[in-house]
Every structure is written in C-alpha cells, then in structure tokens.
Write a protein that binds this ligand. Structure first.
Ligand SMILES: C[S@@+](CC[C@H](N)C(=O)[O-])C[C@H]1O[C@@H](n2cnc3c(N)ncnc32)[C@H](O)[C@@H]1O
Length: 164
C-alpha cells in the first residue's frame, strides 16, 4: 500500500511533485502514478529537507509517515514545505508521534527507540513531537485528530495545517 494514499490525495487536473530519498523506495513509488493513471506527477530523489521545487509551487503538500524518519531535520523540512506552498496553502499530514498522553507510553517509546530505529524501524523514530514541530515552524493547525494505534508507534495524528 506504500505511497498509494499520498498520491491518490493529489487532485486530478493538477500537476504534482513527490520526493523520496531512498533509491529502492523511489523505484517502488514510481509504480503508483502508473497504477493510478497519473502522468502529471513528477517524482524526484530528494529528502524532505532538500526539496528543490520552486517557491510557491503547490496548493497542498502531503506527508504520510515521513517525519519519523526526518528526525532532527524536521524544522528544515517544514521550512521547505512553507516555502513550497502558495499563500494560504495547506499541509496535510498523517504521522505517528510521541505519546504525550501517557507517561508509560512515552517512557516506553524512549526506551525502545534506539533499537527500533536501528533494527525494526529502518531509521524511523517512534518518539517525535511532529505536531509541535509543525506549529513551531509557523503553521496554524486547522484541525488535528489523534488516534491510538499499536505501541510504540501510537498515537497517529491526522491533520491539516495552513501557512501563516
Ligand atoms: C514509513 S515509510 C513511508 C513511505 C510512504 N510515505 C508511505 O506512506 O507509504 C518512510 C519513508 O520515509 C523516507 N525517508 C527517510 N528519510 C527521509 C527524509 N529525510 N525525507 C523524506 N523522506 C524520508 C524513507 O525512505 C521511507 O520511504
């Protein structure tokens, strides 16, 4: 199911761009526009903190389970997203985040994260405060929903943020 949701979220009759830094995952992602019959989506090999599209190129930017991998470069990546969006553009996200509702859940995430990141999550951090990072980057949150899933990647946040 990888990349299906993000690419489906792009409205038809609008051109779109997507980035993925990993060669294997990029090859995998390239199948999705074909499956969806989309010839108007440009895929580039780049990290979120290195996106080289023009300023104000997009009405909407979508991230799905990406900021757990971006890690400490989240402010830089979010700065790029601000730059890429047209005024009033929206950033739509689905990310698993730090469990700030539960001391046990949070401590468990911190405990397992070094192993999770190296062995199981392939660079994924299970304890990132991504909503906080989005707000700190100057986005206004239109709405956000938190949903419990399975530890250690619980909760997941779904939301829409707007450029300031
Ligand atoms: C859990 S997968 C999610 C893939 C896809 N977004 C999806 O929902 O199917 C995380 C992806 O983030 C990519 N990634 C790792 N570091 C990244 C970075 N700095 N910027 C953007 N993507 C990154 C990984 O290569 C991997 O493909």
């Amino acid at each position: 199911m990888r990349y299906r949701g993000e690419l489906r979220a792009l409205p038809r009759r609008r051109t779109g761009g997507a980035t993925e830094p990993d060669k294997y995952m990029l090859e995998h992602a390239e199948k999705r526009p074909r499956e969806l019959g989309r010839t108007d989506i440009e895929l580039r090999r780049a990290a979120a903190e290195e996106m080289a599209f023009e300023d104000g190129s997009f009405d909407t930017v979508v991230s799905c389970l990406v900021f757990c991998h971006v890690g400490d470069d989240a402010p830089k990546a979010l700065g790029h997203i601000q730059r890429l969006l047209k005024p009033g553009g929206t950033f739509r996200f689905m990310e698993h985040v730090r469990n700030d509702e539960s001391g046990f859940g949070r401590n468990f995430q911190d405990f397992v994260n070094p192993v999770w990141k190296r062995l199981l999550g392939a660079g994924c951090n299970c304890n990132r405060r991504t909503q906080q990072a989005i707000e700190d980057a100057g986005f206004g949150i239109d709405w956000v929903k938190r949903q419990k899933t399975f530890p250690p990647t619980s909760p997941v946040i779904y939301g829409v943020a707007r450029t300031g």
